[in-house]
Design a protein around this ligand. Structure first.
Ligand SMILES: [Zn+2]
Length: 364
């Protein structure tokens, strides 16, 4: 989601006081927390109009931040999507087309950018598919701590071997933050729970026994709530930038796709995107326009944007204007999605989404 990359860069540039300074002034530094929730369909979140699940933490962020109603991922594949979030690039540019494909060192990650500016950086993943020593090489670049899975697992259970419950992921993050209280922090938390197989723990397994995917979402929301409560207790919540985004959705049988990774319909590409700005600026704003991803913003243009942010002298002012402008615009932006898979083979498939629920053109 390049909008996330852009937003954090604005945030970063303002924190530095001047675009060219390598380290931000201590008094103006603010924490950045990125929470990605795996396999989260926008239309299965309460604040997106779905009343069959309780997601109080996501709802709270929507109330205190900006909610993008039409956000789309460039790929329904976990590590391709996350590589886009961390680099701001489309998969065709960053090259991570499938599991195990390394992110080239030539593509600067957000963590690298922030670390250079004096941020403490750490990542906490919920599944081995984002393990930088195995299936996601290069995603750990710029993180001084990346919470990979043990090379030798002592258990045959998938828990702890290939997957961590959301509550364990956030507790790892909180433990690291306790040990590194001096900021500013850039912390990425990945909650994998809604990914299949759907096995939420009690009481969600009981409350949602007929809709276990929703139960996983409700459970992931509770883990998010634990983390937000921790940030409040530490006194970091108000002043921080918090972004929550899905990496892709889930087919749930639509278009004959049960999970994800093959097709590029809304079921697997339409994701929730919530942005809580420091001091809850823009609280409650809803952006209806499609966001991302046909705009190509090469490095120099992005730098100009950063400099403009810095010169503006108003925290996230450019973002606010962009949000305001997007609010007035109709959903006519287009989105390019690629790559995807078929018969376990990665192919490049382009889709241009030009209107609501409409894939205008595709080819493979
Ligand atoms: Zn995923």
């Amino acid at each position: 989601m390049r909008i996330f990359f852009f937003l954090v860069c604005c945030h970063l540039a303002l924190g530095s006081g001047a675009a060219g300074e390598p380290r931000p002034d201590k008094a103006s530094r603010r924490d950045v927390f990125l929470i990605t929730i795996d396999t989260l369909r926008a239309d299965h979140v309460h604040c997106y109009g779905y009343d069959r699940v309780q997601t109080p933490s996501l709802d709270q962020l929507a109330k205190q931040g900006v909610r993008f109603t039409q956000a789309f991922t460039p790929s329904p594949i976990t590590n391709s999507s996350h590589a886009s979030i961390l680099t701001g690039l489309l998969p065709s540019a960053h090259g991570v087309s499938d599991f195990g494909v390394p992110l080239a060192a030539s593509h600067l990650t957000l963590a690298e950018t922030l670390k250079k500016r004096g941020y403490r950086t750490a990542a906490f993943i919920g599944a081995v598919i984002l393990d930088s020593k195995a299936l996601a090489p290069g995603l750990d670049r710029g993180f001084e701590f990346y919470d990979n899975f043990p090379a030798q697992s002592e258990t045959k259970s998938r828990w702890g071997r290939v997957e961590r419950r959301g509550m364990e992921v956030v507790q790892h993050a909180e433990t690291w933050l306790n040990a590194h209280p001096a900021g500013p922090h850039f912390v990425w938390v990945h909650l994998y729970d809604p990914h299949d197989p759907y096995e939420p723990p009690p009481p969600y397994s009981e409350i949602y026994k007929d809709r276990l995917y929703d139960g996983e979402i409700a459970y992931a929301d509770s883990a998010l709530g634990h983390f937000l409560a921790y940030l409040k207790k530490q006194g970091w919540y108000e002043s921080s930038l918090i972004v929550v985004v899905g990496d892709h959705g889930e087919g749930l049988g639509e278009h004959h796709e049960d999970t994800h990774g093959i097709f590029l319909y809304d079921s697997t590409t339409h994701v929730p995107l919530l942005v809580k700005l420091p001091e809850q600026r823009e609280a409650g704003r809803t952006v209806e326009a499609q966001v991302r991803t046909t705009e190509r913003l090469p490095g120099p243009f992005l730098v100009r944007r950063i400099i403009r942010c810095a010169l503006d002298g108003l925290l996230c002012g450019p973002f606010e204007r962009k949000a305001s402008s997007l609010s007035r615009r109709r959903s006519r932006n287009s989105t390019i999605c690629l790559p995807t898979r078929t018969n376990s083979r990665t192919i490049t498939c382009h889709g241009i989404r030009e209107c609501r629920s409409c894939v205008k053109y595709s080819r493979s």
